[in-house]
Design a protein around this ligand. Structure first.
Ligand code: PGA
Length: 249
């Protein structure tokens, strides 16, 4: 039995609107899921609407800069002011489509924490990296970018999400054993710098999690919840995933 925080987070990506907030919030009542932190990551303009429904919320990225002349960017402090408590950092779509490097992501991670947000650092390998046996190396580089620049203590108020790129939005989820193996690796890597922090750090799995495969994933000893994309747009399916997390506290 773990004492770590259990989290089920919905990453809406560039989806969702006021109407989804209505159906989502009438279907998901956080108090029905004791011991599970439910977090919604909507597009920026919907942050305060989600927060107003009593749901925990956060942004899908933040700027690495303080407020200023950065047209189109959003400052971490503003996310906090609008009711955000979390922030995704390094989602693979940001790394790939928006060319965010580990260096930039470290700066975003730091800005999120400075603003009082809890960063959810997303790490994961591509299919070709897995096939080449590079999974652990890729994840070490992504994690060590933060540990080496900001110190292992910076992971204290954070969450790490393992999201194999080949499993995101593809319906090809990692098997519970594959996911557990990488989660264990992540915890051991962090434990090399700080064992007690590693034991407390919530590790989420993401990549084609749905209402049918969540039970076996959440039953794994080092999986403390999920980062859910597609299924978070379907309130009934998401509710079932939250229920599954309760059963595994
Ligand atoms: P998916 O997305 O659940 O649709 O695979 C997960 C994510 O991108 O966080």
């Amino acid at each position: 039995m773990t004492q770590r925080k259990r989290i089920v987070a919905g990453n809406w990506k560039m989806n969702g609107n006021l109407s989804l907030i209505e159906t989502f919030s009438s279907t998901i009542q956080p108090k029905e899921f004791p011991g599970v932190e439910i977090v919604v990551f909507p597009p920026f303009p919907l942050l305060s609407n989600v927060a107003a429904k009593g749901l925990k919320t956060g942004s899908q990225t933040v700027s690495e800069h303080d407020a200023g002349a950065y047209t189109g960017e959003v400052e971490a402090k503003l996310v906090a002011e609008l009711g955000g408590e979390y922030c995704l950092v390094g989602h693979s779509e940001r790394r790939t489509l928006f060319k965010e490097s580990n260096e930039v992501l470290v700066a975003k991670f730091a800005k999120a924490q400075e603003a009082g947000l809890t960063p959810v650092l997303c790490v994961g390998e591509t299919e070709s990296e897995r096939e080449a046996g590079l999974t652990e190396e890729v994840i070490s580089v992504q994690l060590n970018a933060v540990i080496n620049q900001l110190g292992v203590a910076s992971l204290e108020n954070s969450v790490v999400a393992y999201e194999p790129v080949w499993a995101i939005g593809t319906g090809k989820t990692a098997t519970p054993e594959q996911a557990q193996q990488v989660h264990k690796f992540i915890r051991e890597l962090i434990a090399q710098s700080d064992a007690s922090l590693a034991a407390k750090l919530p590790l989420l799995y993401g990549g084609s999690v749905n209402d049918e495969n969540c039970d076996l994933l959440f039953a794994q000893p080092d999986i403390d919840g999920g980062l859910i994309g597609g299924a978070s747009l379907k309130p009934e399916a998401f509710k079932r995933i939250c229920e599954s997390a309760v059963g595994n506290v």
